[in-house]
Design a protein around this ligand. Structure first.
Ligand code: PLP
Ligand SMILES: N[C@@H](CCOP(=O)(O)O)C(=O)O
Length: 462
């Protein structure tokens, strides 16, 4: 299995090379050259398997020879051992034909743990075998950062720097990033918004002198391994509702397009998915693009679902690559236009996108009302991101096809919004009960590439 860049100009890599590299050297994102297929019988054979066994069967064909079967199975087992639910990703019924896939039972209470816990294991194994060390830099709107820190804290062969937008993450998210005492963890609060953090991260990858001198690695969904690990729960959820003998649809609260892109990969592998519905908050560039073909950035408006306050949606590039017939030059051209504010998707590419994706947008008021109503009528306390998903799913679902909405974070990560909507302040799990008392360690930084690079170089030299 080889991985190629969405911009067509970088060398093809193995899974392990792509995982350790992050961004392709032409600025693109790695995708598999071909998508492994699972037949109806392969999917039927997943019935009754544990999450870990399903994960092994779904991911194995993508991983190649770098990891043996035995090692890969062992790393999967270690990755999910710390989850707080035996099913790892349980499904609960919200209404007839509408299900919630709870993805918040991992150590940091968000769906990011599914991929990050596994990547932590894969990195550790690969780096030890190769005798290498790396500098991980991550950009976060709140959840990727805490999950990355949890997965990599205290490891000898990794330093982890997380850029988050100052004042634009929830207090729980911030404390999850600023309270770990391990010396290899560096929380950096940047003056700007998430798109600035992600842009500076990509600038670092594109600055080869810096990239090579610190041996830069990335654990955002830039990294293919992140997307891959998220494909698994589409299979586990669909199978538990009768796949491959019954189609299902998914609604996904969306920002950087990584999670829903994982659903698209599951569909390409053969999982019978009817619709993949992109649910956005008021930062609705993806909804506008899928509705009109115009991908035009505008100001980011802080919302009560801050992890989705994103305008430059990184993985949309992977979807565009397929929609443009895997034409790397066409994608590179669009990404150049994006630097000047936006681009227009061609009619053919828009039709290709619409073959798989629908979309909807939810206002702040409707998000609050959905949290209130879901609690009052179904007894389910939703985080604001999950509420965005539930609202769009309710508006768009076809009663003939089961709809699964992804619940992407635990309500306790966003207690203010949840309390405002439902009157209930969700408590943190016992293991995190003293989060508010732990001392914080954070460095305020400007949105300045040279200054950030110097800070990182100085810290790793110590
Ligand atoms: C809680 C939560 N929901 C939804 C999203 C959006 O996911 P994606 O960026 O993969 O579209 C994020 C951020 O990634 C998130 O943290
Ligand atoms: N919402 C994310 C943004 C980064 O997304 P990623 O999937 O590319 O890591 C966050 O919580 O940080």
């Amino acid at each position: 299995m080889r991985y190629i860049s969405t911009r067509g100009q970088a060398p093809a890599l193995t899974f392990e090379e792509a995982m350790l590299s992050g961004l392709a050297r032409d600025g693109g994102l790695y995708v598999p050259e071909t998508i492994p297929q699972m037949s109806a019988d392969d999917i039927r054979a997943l019935h009754g398997l544990s999450y870990e066994e399903t994960a092994f069967r779904v991911m194995r064909p993508f991983v190649g020879e770098g990891f043996t079967d035995e090692v890969f199975a062992d790393l999967i087992a270690k990755a999910y051992a710390g989850f707080g639910h035996g099913a790892r990703a349980p499904l609960v019924q919200l209404a007839p034909g509408h299900f919630l896939l709870e993805l918040f039972h991992g150590p940091t209470l968000a769906f990011k743990d599914f991929a990050m816990q596994l990547i932590g294991q894969l990195f550790q194994e690969a780096l030890e075998r190769r005798g290498e060390r790396v500098t991980i830099v991550g950009a976060t709107s709140g959840d990727t950062g805490s999950a990355a820190i949890e997965a990599f804290k205290g490891l000898d062969n990794v330093d982890v720097f997380i850029l988050f937008p100052h004042g634009r993450v929830s207090e729980v998210q911030r404390r999850q990033m600023t309270t770990p005492p391990e010396a290899n963890v560096h929380a950096l609060a940047l003056e700007g918004h998430f798109d600035d953090c992600q842009a500076r991260l990509k600038d670092m990858f594109n600055h080869f002198e810096f990239r090579d001198s610190v041996r830069l690695a990335g654990v955002n969904s830039i990294n293919w391994a992140r997307v891959l690990a998220q494909v698994v729960y589409y299979f586990s959820a669909a199978v538990s509702l009768g796949a491959p003998d019954r189609k299902v649809s998914f609604t996904v609260p969306t920002g950087n397009f990584g999670d829903i892109f994982a659903g698209y990969i599951a569909k390409k592998m053969g999982l019978p998915i009817d619709r993949l519905v992109v649910a956005t908050n008021q930062n609705d560039i993806l909804h506008r693009c899928l509705s009109s073909g115009d991908y035009q950035t505008s100001e980011v408006h802080p919302s009560i679902s801050p992890s989705m306050d994103i305008q430059v949606s990184s993985n949309f590039e992977r979807a565009l690559f397929d929609a443009y017939g895997r034409d790397g030059a066409a994608v590179a051209q669009l990404m150049d236009e994006l630097k000047a504010g936006g681009f227009k998707v061609s009619q053919g590419a828009l039709e290709a996108l619409r073959e798989h994706f629908d979309s909807g947008r939810v206002s702040e008021e409707d998000t609050l009302e959905t949290i209130r109503a879901a609690h009052a009528t179904m007894g389910e306390l939703l985080c604001p991101h999950s509420a965005v998903g539930v609202r769009v799913a309710e508006a768009q679902r076809d009663p003939a096809t089961p709809m699964i909405t992804l619940a992407t974070a635990h309500p306790a990560k966003f207690p203010d919004a949840v309390e405002k909507a439902s009157g209930i302040r969700p408590p943190l799990p016992n293991r995190m009960a003293d989060l508010y008392e732990r001392p914080e360690r954070v460095t305020r930084v400007q949105n300045d590439l040279a200054a950030l690079e110097s800070l990182i170089q100085e810290r790793i030299a110590k």
